[in-house]
Design a protein around this ligand. Structure first.
Ligand code: CP
Length: 311
């Protein structure tokens, strides 16, 4: 049960709420794997997808999730919209609110923009990633993927590696995985580690070999060049040498440690391409599969009290 209007982040989710989402997603995951037709429990509910930033995994999976559950989906046509005529974000929110949508799914390049919209509209808002801030469904799908593969999502040692500074995935995962009782180490070059990250209850190191010692999970992050002003590393070759996950560095993790990446990947920069494809270690495609189930669960739980569900 999620007694909340919106899902804006994982920072304010309780352990019970996280587990209720991933438990329900487990059922949807089984249905999806067994090609079970989901009952259209969200029939009549209007879902608008507003993506102000590019996306493959999140946008497509929210669209399929809504379709499987029976929502009416509108993909906001950003390029042809009145945003190009200078309409503000708050005016856009107010305009959409007047059309009585039930769920807005929003990705925006500015941290905090999704919350701003959520305060202006009556319907549920799901944050599909805002700037450096949060990407809650990514963290939830990561937690479920870990539980599926390792049989538990508590008491694990988890390393989050690479560009932590620009990563909403890192922030949402730190909140979520800490709430679930895991030990997190963030690893990256000094200038890609945000100041004060220790206050989030994580260990910090600039050395991959130190940080990967005995971990159960290695989560590799993309270098977010689109968010970087200026140069953060001397060359991609040098970055890969120091921080790219390869066989040599992975040996420091536990023998059964799994490799994760939220995608899209830069092969040969933050991760060796062969390791990313190693089905015995990498769960990257599993993350995408689980993402669909998580998004179905979130749509289901956020609309539990919608009048259309009581008919
Ligand atoms: N992980 C993730 O958010 O991927 P997309 O940008 O493709 O949605």
């Amino acid at each position: 049960m999620l007694n909340r209007k919106d899902l804006l982040g994982t920072s304010d989710l309780s352990k019970e709420e996280i587990l209720s989402i991933i438990d329900l997603a487990e059922r949807y995951s089984d249905d999806n794997n067994n090609h079970v037709n989901n009952t259209k429990i969200l029939t009549g509910i209007t879902q608008i997808n507003l993506f102000f930033e590019n996306s493959t995994r999140t946008q497509v999976s929210f669209e399929i999730a809504g379709t499987r559950l029976g929502t009416n989906i509108v993909n906001f046509p950003l390029k042809n919209s009145s945003q190009s005529k200078g309409e503000t974000l708050l005016d856009l929110a107010s305009t959409l609110n007047s059309m009585f949508p039930d769920i807005l799914i929003i990705r925006h390049p500015n941290s905090g923009a999704v919350q701003l919209i959520s305060e202006k509209v009556k319907c549920s808002v799901i944050n599909a990633g805002d700037g450096y801030h949060e990407h809650p469904t990514q963290a939830l799908l990561d937690a479920q993927t870990i539980r599926k593969r390792l049989g538990t999502i508590t008491g694990l040692k988890i390393a989050i590696c690479g560009d932590i500074a620009h990563s909403r995935v890192a922030r949402s995962n730190i909140f979520c995985l800490k709430t679930l009782g895991n030990q997190i180490t963030v690893i990256g070059p000094k200038n890609l580690i945000p100041k004060g990250v220790e206050t989030m209850g994580v260990e910090v190191t600039n050395n991959m070999f130190d940080g990967l010692q005995g971990v159960d999970v290695v989560m590799v992050l993309r270098l977010q060049k689109e968010r970087m002003n200026g140069s953060f590393f001397s060359s991609e070759r040098e970055y890969f040498h120091q921080y790219g996950l390869d066989e040599k560095k992975l040996k420091y993790a536990k023998p059964n440690a799994i490799i994760m990446h939220p995608g899209p990947m830069n092969r040969g920069i933050e991760i060796d391409g062969d390791l990313a494809d190693d089905i015995n270690r990498s769960v990257i495609t599993k993350q995408v599969e689980v993402g669909l189930a998580i998004r179905m669960a979130v749509l289901d739980l956020l609309t539990e009290n919608h009048p259309l569900r009581k008919k």
